[in-house]
Design a protein around this ligand. Structure first.
Ligand code: PLP
Length: 353
């Protein structure tokens, strides 16, 4: 607290990112990073962009990157917005599209950055409880009282997802407000809502290169939707930072989108490892939610999650634990390499005796 802070800053309750400790040989399964490196073509493109041209500002519109994304998704560049990680894209969406008279709706158990943006931008919101299986019930979002809707699909940290019919019910049932679908994890088995963009001008789909394209360190996120929504995001972006993506990020992002083969192989490997990890944990008595993401959400009937997380940490393995009462007994465990997953299962076996 400082007398120099604005009134708003004194009221903020900022997001706390998963820790990034600098400890050697740590098995880091706490922030849903990809276990394999980015495509070699990405590394080469960044090396090439690392030149005298860095004295020049980057393209403020990131046009080449937006063209590459549009091509892959069968859209036009006017339907694509890019930002410094999808967190920035989401922040702009909250300010440009989701701040309305009526409340913004999102699940009670979800990405914990959403309430933080509401605090920053003073957005009135209401949380909607997931069902007992921790799944979103579409009908809860069809009450006609929403000023906007946002949820991840698959949801975080549960890993549970909705199919295209359920997504369309929510989007079609709210024609006068924007529905933002945060698809940070969609490439690990979820269903993307992008095919609905052509028919629903109120739909904004947000994706990121941080998870399925192994580029959390490059900070590239994007949104896809009707050009009017994209223009709204652009107005906020151009009132905030003209150059959110530097030259290296734009070059690396293009290469990542274009290396489809590497993307398919590495996401497939993570999906396979996830299934093996889920089986290993189930065999130890864990209840593991069926996951469509690059993490599993698991609880053990005999041992509090917080205690397990502490015991794993003593063995050099870090996972994520959330204090929200409904999920306080769950651990969110990122899918690592098969070797890392094996270490985790072995450590749990030892801890559980
Ligand atoms: C990781 C994550 C993001 C943010 O990703 P960026 O690294 O900022 O692109 C957004 N939404 C959800 C649900 C996430 O898990």
């Amino acid at each position: 607290m400082s007398r120099f802070w604005s009134r708003l800053v004194s009221t903020l309750d900022p997001y706390v990112p998963g820790e990034q400790p600098r400890i050697q040989n740590l098995v880091k399964l706490n922030t849903n990073e990809h276990p394999y490196g980015p495509s070699p073509r990405v590394v080469a493109a960044i090396a090439q962009a690392n030149s005298d041209d860095l004295r020049l500002y980057p393209d403020p519109t990131s046009l080449v990157l937006r063209q590459a994304i549009a091509r892959r998704e069968s859209l036009v560049p006017e339907q694509v917005f890019v930002g410094n990680g999808s967190d920035e894209v989401l922040a702009h969406a909250f300010q440009a599209l989701l701040k309305q008279e009526r409340p913004l709706l999102f699940p009670d158990i979800t990405y914990s950055f959403y309430p933080v943006y509401c605090g920053l931008y003073q957005i009135f919101h209401r949380t909607v409880a997931l069902d007992d299986a921790l799944v979103i019930r579409p009908e809860d979002y069809l009450q006609g009282d929403a000023g906007g809707i946002i949820f991840p699909n698959p949801n975080a940290p549960t890993g549970r997802g909705l199919g295209l019919d359920a997504l369309e019910r929510i989007v079609a049932g709210n024609p006068d407000v924007v529905v933002v679908i945060d698809e940070a994890y969609v490439d690990f088995g979820g269903v993307s809502a992008t095919p609905l963009i052509a028919r629903y001008p109120n739909l904004l789909v947000v994706q990121t290169m941080s998870k399925s394209r192994s580029l959390a360190g490059l900070r590239v996120g994007y949104a896809m939707g009707h050009p009017d929504l994209i223009q709204g995001l652009d107005r906020v972006k151009n009132s905030f930072n003209s150059y959110p993506l530097d030259r290296l990020a734009q070059a690396g992002g293009v290469a990542a989108i274009e290396d489809e083969d590497y993307f398919q192989r590495t996401r497939g490997a993570v999906i396979q490892s996830r299934e093996a990890l889920s089986k290993g944990l189930c065999a130890l008595g864990f209840d593991v939610l069926p996951s469509l993401a690059n993490f599993v959400f698991a609880s053990h009937p005999k041992r509090p999650a917080e205690e397990l997380a502490a015991a794993l940490r003593e063995r050099g393995i870090i996972v994520r634990h959330f204090r929200h009462p409904r999920i306080a007994n769950f651990l969110r465990i990122t899918v690592g390499t098969d070797a890392q997953c094996g270490q985790l299962v072995a450590a749990c076996n030892e801890i559980l005796g």
